[in-house]
Design a protein around this ligand. Structure first.
Ligand code: SF4
Length: 425
């Protein structure tokens, strides 16, 4: 790492943080970044010179471990540590030490509007000021490496970043409206690759569904995306440790396309050479895709050089509730998929299947009773795989009031239970 202090800020051209994201209560840092510090703020840039994190260093900043993060979709997300730390804090509800506060409507239990906090908004003002100062400093005599960094930061102004997120969506076909909850393990930092569009059910309760009918992409299309994505991410490919196969039901694309796409992406994106840790593969699956998937698929997935997470939308094991939320399934199918999930988790070392259930106002007592019974009577495998995510219905008011119910469900479950926060890429 080389540091320069050309003006009233200090530049570190390249800083290496741990390769793997640790679950810890201090600011999330992983991979390689460039850093600029002023007396009041810390700004981190990815290897392409795009702004990634802003953190206040002054005493007015809400908490030293909190920060703003810009996603590849060009959303600014504020990471809060919540109002309670320790084992009964956010970690017990989310499995993470941070709650990402989103700048768009979602289904959070804790609604935190960071735009209303002037100290956080001052972080954006400081970023604009730094940009102006860097523009001035480009004329100063600074070291070549620092000068190169400054020019790439200046080249990535707001308009360019907006255009890059549009370009990403164009490459993969449409914006990823929701990421699997398991992507929390890589702080939602994944390279998306679409292998199928649409979904089978078009459930009425769903706020992230696509209008498209389920359709599998061709191998040629997937290869084209991989080549464009490789160029799009450039040097910054090194910073990713996760691949997301989109969109809402990649499991339905079948063994050949899933395994081929993952293998091609593994080589093209350099997962094999730069990373010191096993990369992660994430995708969604529907109940029917899960039930029709044979042993060959799981055997071949298990042999891939990834640790694979498959997230299944189970929603309810009560047939009237499934009808109420407009999911064309019955409880037998959901329970069969749940049991298959447990079986896969105990059979395959490198695969973890997780499941989602809905919670929220208007759902019957039978829904909750059947869910508690299912989780209570589960015979889990010897490990801790197979997290159940509880997803609050988006239109359910007063979501914080769901906490006692979540606690009760968690208390009865033999497998981990966490809250699902719907996030887009
Ligand atoms: S819950 Fe899943 S299957 Fe249902 S509409 Fe949404 S994306 Fe499609």
């Amino acid at each position: 790492m080389q540091s320069y202090s050309p003006n009233n800020f200090a530049i570190s051209v390249e800083k290496q943080y741990p390769a793997e994201i640790a679950k810890a209560s201090f600011p999330l840092r992983y991979g390689k970044f460039s850093e600029i510090r002023t007396s009041e703020y810390e700004f981190l840039f990815n290897l392409n010179g795009e702004i990634k994190f802003i953190r206040g260093l002054n005493t007015r900043w809400p908490h030293p471990a909190e920060q703003l993060k810009r996603t590849d979709g060009n959303d600014w997300v504020y990471y809060t540590v919540g109002d309670k730390s320790g084992a009964d804090g956010l970690i017990s509800w989310l499995g993470e030490y941070y709650l990402p506060c989103l700048p768009y409507p979602s289904n959070p239990i804790w609604e935190i509007n960071y735009f209303a906090n002037p100290e956080i908004m001052n972080g954006f003002a400081a970023w604009s000021q730094l940009y102006a100062n860097l523009y001035q400093s480009a004329k100063d005599r600074v070291h070549t490496k620092a000068k190169e960094l400054v020019s790439s930061i200046l080249a990535n102004h707001d308009g360019v970043l907006q255009e890059r997120s549009r370009k990403l969506n164009e490459i993969i076909g449409e914006r990823v409206s929701v990421l699997p909850p398991d992507t929390r393990h890589v702080d939602y930092e994944v390279i998306p690759l679409t292998i199928s569009d649409g979904c089978l059910y078009h459930c009425s309760f769903c706020c992230v569904k696509s209008a498209l009918k389920f359709q599998v992409r061709s191998k040629t299309n997937v290869l084209e995306q991989i080549s464009k994505l490789k160029e799009f991410y450039g040097r910054n490919l090194d910073s990713y440790n996760g691949l997301f196969l989109g969109n809402h039901d990649a499991l339905g694309a079948g063994e050949e396309l899933i395994c081929n796409s993952a293998s091609e992406a593994y080589s093209a994106f350099g997962f094999e050479k730069q990373r010191k840790v096993t990369p992660y593969l994430f995708f969604f699956g529907s109940v029917h895709s899960m039930l029709k998937s044979g042993c060959e698929l799981f055997k071949n997935l298990d042999r891939l050089p990834f640790h694979t997470f498959i997230n299944i939308g189970l929603e309810s094991c009560d047939t009237p509730t499934l009808a109420q939320i407009g999911k064309p399934l019955d409880s037998e199918e959901v329970i069969e998929a749940f049991e298959k999930m447990l079986k896969i988790n105990s059979t395959y070392e490198n695969i973890e299947v997780t499941g989602n259930f809905v919670i929220g106002k208007g759902l019957s007592d039978d829904h909750y009773q059947s869910l508690k019974e299912l989780l209570r009577n589960t015979v889990p495998s010897s490990n801790t795989k197979g997290t159940i995510y509880l997803s609050p219905l988006k239109n359910s008011p007063k979501k914080r009031e769901l906490l006692p119910l979540i606690k009760e469900i968690k208390g009865q479950s033999k497998i981990p239970v966490y809250v699902y926060l719907i996030q887009r890429l």
